[in-house]
Design a protein. Structure first.
Length: 67
């Protein structure tokens, strides 16, 4: 039973890592759209910038641990 729990936990971590990377890609894409429109000083862009920094840090930590 322990192995099943470990496998489920690993699957959950893998899903979390994939979600973080998907969200990071979407955030970067949205930032690129705003930058192309000359809207890099907007509140939305700054919020996305902060989210990107956070997501990059989470992704880096996941990668350090092989996820």
């Amino acid at each position: 039973m322990v192995e099943k729990d470990d496998a489920a936990r690993l699957a959950a971590y893998d899903a979390f890592a994939a979600d973080v990377r998907d969200e990071l890609a979407a955030t970067i894409s949205r930032m690129d759209e705003l930058a192309a429109a000359g809207k890099v000083k907007t509140a939305t862009y700054r919020q996305l910038f902060a989210a990107r920094v956070t997501l990059k840090e989470i992704d880096a930590r996941l990668r350090e641990r092989g996820l």
